[in-house]
Design a protein around this ligand. Structure first.
Ligand SMILES: NC(=O)N[C@H]1NC(=O)NC1=O
Ligand SMILES: [Zn+2]
Ligand SMILES: [Zn+2]
Length: 504
C-alpha cells in the first residue's frame, strides 16, 4: 500500500460507518429513544419477586418490547428463555402498574406560575404515576370548548414526561349547546367535569342539575363520564359572623363547609344519575363523584344509587385518608381544601368504605397555587387558596397509612391503576397484562424517607405541600412509560416524551 492509500482508507471507513449509521439503521427512533428513556434498549425483561398482575402477585419476569408488554412469565416457567434480550433485575422490589391519576390540576397554559406541565409531570414520574388526566380548570382559559382544548394540547407538546389526557369542562355556557359539547368531545376530551358550587375560578362557573342532565345526555352518545365536584352551599355562612370564629383556626373553616354540602349535592345528583341506568335516557354515560370527604350520609346515598343500577363511581384522595381535622394547626393553610379534611372518626370510616369497595378509586386532586395565595403570613383559612399539593407523594402516602389497615398491593393497583384506567377509557393501561402499554412503577415498600429539604421534590412549589415534614415509607425506584424508563432514582429522562391522550 502506498502512502495515499494509507491515509485515505481510514477516512473512507469512517465515512462508510457514518453513512451506515445515518441511512441504514433499521430503527431511526433509537436516537429519540435515547433521550426519552434512561435505558437504551427497546426489548428487555423486568424481573422481580413481586410483580402485581391482575391475577395476583407473581415472582417472574415482564417482557417489554417497544411500547408494550409482550409476555409475562412466572419464575417456574422460565426454562432459561430469558437469554434473549436485556434484563433489569429488581429483586424484591414491587413491580406494579403505573399509577393513573384521574384528577390533577396542572394549570397549563395560563397559570404556569402555579405548576405547569413540565414540573407537574416530572413530579408524577418521580411518584410512580405514568398517566394523569388533567382537569379543565385552574389553567387559563378554562378548557370548555374544542378551541381551548387545542390550547392545552399545544401546551403539552414536548412538555410532558408522562402520558396526559384531558377532561373538558361542563359549564352553564356550553351545557345547553350540544354542538359545542360535541365539538369538545370530538376534539378528544376524555369526558367532562363540572362543579355544583363556586369553583374559585372566574371562567369556570358552577352548574345545577339541569346542566348536568344535559351533559349526561350528550356524554351517553360518546360513552364517556361526567366528573362532579359534589358540594352545594347550604346556609352555613352565619358561622362567619360570630366573633369567636378565628379565621386562623381550622375548625372555623371546617364549620363553613359541613358534610351537609356534600350530602345535598349527591342527593341532587341522584335525581339525574338514574338516567344512566340500562334503558334510561342517558345509558352509556357515567357519573363519577370526585374527592368524597364525607363518609356519612353522602356515602350511603351513593351506595343506594349503585344498588339501583345507576352508573356511578366515587373517588377519595390521600389527604382525606392521611390527615384529620384535629391535627391541623392554626394558620397552616397548606391543609385547606374543599371539601375539607374532616375529623378522625370520618377518616376511619373512609378507610372502611375503601376497603369494603364502597369507594371505587383514589386520585390526587393535586391543586397547587402560587405560594403567596396560601397566605402563610396571615394564616387565614377563610381567604387562602383551597387545594392540596401532593402529586409526587400519593403512592407512599396511601401505602404508609394503608399498611395499618392491611392494604394489599393488589388493592393499591385496583384503586390507583385498574379502576382509574376504566374511568378514563384507557383499555391499554391500568394493568400489567400482555398487550398493554408498558406503564410500570417499581418501588420499595419498606424504605422510609423524610420529606425534608434534602429530598428532591419536582413540584414547582414544594413549600405548599401539606406532606412536607412528614415521614413516609414506599420509595419509587423506577418509572416506565410506554417502555421508556422516564425516571430512575432521582434522575429523569432528558426529553419529555409523554403522549397526549385523546379520546377517539
Ligand atoms: N379550583 C380548584 O382546583 N379547586 C379544588 N381545590 C380544592 O381544594 N378542591 C377543589 O375542587
Ligand atoms: Zn373539586
Ligand atoms: Zn380538583
Amino acid at each position: 500500500m502506498d502512502d495515499l492509500q494509507l491515509r485515505v482508507l481510514p477516512l473512507l471507513a469512517l465515512l462508510a460507518s457514518l453513512l451506515y449509521f445515518f441511512y441504514f439503521q433499521d430503527s431511526p427512533t433509537l436516537f429519540e429513544r435515547s433521550d426519552c428513556s434512561l435505558f437504551s434498549y427497546n426489548h428487555y425483561w423486568i424481573i422481580s419477586k413481586r410483580i402485581v398482575t391482575p391475577r395476583g402477585v407473581i415472582s417472574g419476569a415482564v417482557e417489554v418490547k417497544e411500547e408494550k408488554i409482550v409476555s409475562i412469565v412466572k419464575e417456574e416457567d422460565w426454562h432459561g428463555n430469558l437469554k434473549r434480550g436485556q434484563i433489569i433485575d429488581y429483586g424484591e422490589a414491587v413491580v406494579m402498574p403505573g399509577l393513573i391519576d384521574v384528577h390533577a390540576h396542572l394549570d397549563d397554559p395560563g397559570r404556569t406560575e402555579w405548576e405547569g406541565f413540565p414540573s407537574g409531570t416530572r413530579a408524577a414520574a418521580a411518584g410512580g404515576i405514568t398517566t394523569l388526566i388533567d382537569m379543565p380548570l385552574n389553567n387559563f382559559p378554562s378548557t370548555v370548548s374544542a378551541e381551548t382544548l387545542k390550547l392545552k394540547i399545544d401546551a403539552a407538546e414536548k412538555n410532558i414526561y408522562v402520558d396526559v389526557g384531558f377532561w373538558g369542562g361542563l359549564v352553564p355556557e356550553n351545557a345547553f349547546d350540544a354542538n359545542s359539547l360535541e365539538a369538545l368531545l370530538s376534539a378528544g376530551a376524555l369526558g367532562l367535569k363540572s362543579f355544583m358550587c363556586p369553583s374559585g375560578i372566574n371562567d369556570f362557573p358552577m352548574t345545577n342539575s339541569s346542566h348536568i342532565k344535559e351533559g349526561l345526555s350528550i356524554l351517553a352518545k360518546y360513552r364517556r363520564p361526567l366528573l362532579v365536584h359534589a358540594e352545594i352551599p347550604q346556609d352555613s355562612e352565619s358561622y362567619l359572623e360570630d366573633g369567636e370564629n378565628d379565621p386562623r383556626s381550622y375548625s372555623t373553616y371546617l364549620k363553613t363547609r359541613p358534610p351537609s354540602w356534600e350530602e345535598a349535592a349527591i342527593r341532587e345528583l341522584l335525581t339525574v344519575s338514574k338516567d344512566t341506568r340500562i334503558g334510561g335516557p342517558a345509558e352509556g354515560a357515567h357519573l363519577h363523584v370526585v374527592h368524597l370527604s364525607d363518609a356519612g350520609s353522602s356515602l350511603q346515598l351513593l351506595k343506594q344509587a349503585k344498588s339501583n343500577g345507576d352508573s356511578v363511581t366515587v373517588e377519595t384522595c390521600p389527604h382525606y385518608l392521611a390527615f384529620s381535622a384535629e391535627e391541623i394547626k392554626d394558620g397552616d393553610t397548606r391543609f385547606k381544601c374543599a371539601p375539607p379534611i374532616r375529623d378522625a372518626a370520618n377518616k376511619e370510616r373512609l378507610w372502611t368504605a375503601l376497603l369494603e369497595g364502597d369507594i371505587d378509586m383514589l386520585s390526587s386532586d393535586h391543586s397547587p397555587s402560587a405560594p403567596d395565595l396560601k397566605l402563610f403570613d396571615e394564616g387565614n383559612f377563610l381567604k387562602a387558596w383551597g387545594g392540596i399539593s401532593s402529586l409526587q407523594f400519593v403512592l407512599p402516602v396511601t401505602w404508609s397509612h394503608g399498611r395499618q389497615y392491611g392494604v394489599t398491593l393488589e388493592q393499591l393497583a385496583l384503586w390507583w391503576s385498574e379502576r382509574p384506567a376504566k374511568l378514563a377509557g384507557q383499555d391499554l393501561k391500568g394493568g400489567i397484562a400482555v398487550g398493554n402499554h408498558a406503564d410500570i412503577t417499581v418501588w420499595e415498600p419498606n424504605v422510609e424517607f423524610e420529606l425534608n429539604n434534602d429530598l428532591p421534590v419536582y413540584l414547582k412549589h414544594p413549600s405548599i405541600s401539606a406532606y412536607m415534614g412528614s415521614k413516609l415509607s414506599g420509595k419509587v425506584l423506577a418509572t416506565f412509560v410506554r417502555g421508556n424508563l422516564v425516571y430512575k432514582e432521582g434522575k429523569h429522562a432528558p426529553a419529555a416524551c409523554g403522549a397526549p391522550i385523546l379520546a377517539t
